[in-house]
Design a binder for this molecule. Structure first.
Ligand code: 5GP
Ligand code: MN
Length: 314
């Protein structure tokens, strides 16, 4: 059932013990929105547990509460509300496995959300963190510093540090209030941008795979399994090629297994969800992703064909 922000806030306040989760391969918004909501609920005297079923980005370890994030361990916690953030409920891995009979609230800013949750509050916003901010403001509570840092990190992450087209006046208003509540932009960026030397070196190797196709309208990086396995993270790689003059779509394909590839796509206005949803993925108009059960060369051809169709129809 579709609900409003006010109704979502009410559901949260009516609960006592809340399990919060978000998508696998968690990013700044998934972790930031989760820890931000957990801090808000704790401020309201509730028990909040964050469960994420994946490796957490180490560069988010500065966020208060990061160390208490749990992996699903087969023993479902005793809760009266489940909250899925920043994704459809089917993209959380095993985080909700074994739990039944507990209502599920889905808060997400993805336009491709399938709207299947018991209760869903979905809006086309910069970040899920911005939606959690709205709830915090609506509840007119004092803003704990832990919440401010986490939500600011989510906002900053999903807007490319307030540079992408999803950045709105409401995003800056939220950011301003979060700064007043103790978030420090330099602390967030200095931690968030840190990468181990191995990842930096991997970035150099990844850039060597650059291929320009579609007459220069598509730029792509194609990482084989060996390079992918060596990399702890490929965060930001795609942003480096997005800026090449004349590029309308940037692609990053990483081979995870002999016949399994992760695909990230970015654009400057082309609706790349049309490519991602074709392969069972999703995302936003200018940033989408999917997983292809194919070897790298085949995945590359499939995505190239879909992008050529998109370019031809735009
Ligand atoms: P990224 O390229 O950074 O992994 O993802 C870009 C955007 O697309 C993010 O908002 C992400 O949540 C979304 N996305 C990436 N992969 C998938 C997927 O397999 N399914 C869905 N529904 N969304 C995805
Ligand atoms: Mn997000």
């Amino acid at each position: 059932m579709k609900i409003t922000m006010e109704e979502a806030a009410k559901k949260l306040m009516a609960a006592q013990r809340v399990l919060i989760t978000a998508h696998v391969n968690p990013d700044g918004d998934a972790v930031g929105a989760s820890l931000g909501l957990a801090a808000l609920l704790r401020e309201k005297g509730k028990t909040a547990t964050v469960v994420l079923d994946d490796k957490l980005p180490r560069n988010l370890a500065f966020l208060p509460g990061y160390d208490e994030i749990r992996r699903p361990d087969g023993t479902p916690p005793d809760v009266d509300l489940l909250v899925v953030l920043d994704a459809d409920p089917d993209r959380v891995g095993d985080a909700l496995k074994g739990i039944s009979g507990v209502p599920l609230l889905n808060i997400d800013h993805h336009i491709t959300n399938k709207q299947t949750a018991d209760f869903y509050y979905i809006e086309n916003r910069a970040a899920t963190a911005e939606m959690i901010y709205d709830i915090a403001e609506h509840l007119a509570s004092s803003f704990p510093k832990a919440m401010a840092l986490a939500l600011y990190t989510g906002l900053s992450g999903d807007t490319g540090s307030f540079r992408f087209s999803n950045t709105r006046p409401s995003t800056f208003r939220a950011a301003a209030r979060l700064l007043e509540a103790g978030a420090e932009p330099h602390v967030v960026s200095e931690n968030f941008e840190v990468k181990p030397l191995s990842v930096f070196e991997g970035q150099v190797a990844a850039l060597r795979t650059l291929e320009m196709t579609s007459g220069g309208r598509v730029a792509g990086l194609y990482l084989d399994q060996e390079l992918t396995a060596k990399l702890e993270s490929s965060e930001g790689f795609i942003d480096m090629i997005r800026v090449i003059e004349g590029v309308e779509a940037a692609v990053l394909i990483r081979a995870l297994e002999p016949a399994r590839c992760r695909v990230s796509i970015r654009s400057k206005g082309l609706d790349v969800t049309r490519v991602a949803t074709k392969f069972g993925g999703g995302g936003h108009v200018r940033a989408a992703g999917c997983t292809l059960e194919m070897p790298l060369a085949e995945a590359k051809r499939a995505i190239q064909t879909a992008l050529d169709e998109l370019l031809a129809s735009s």
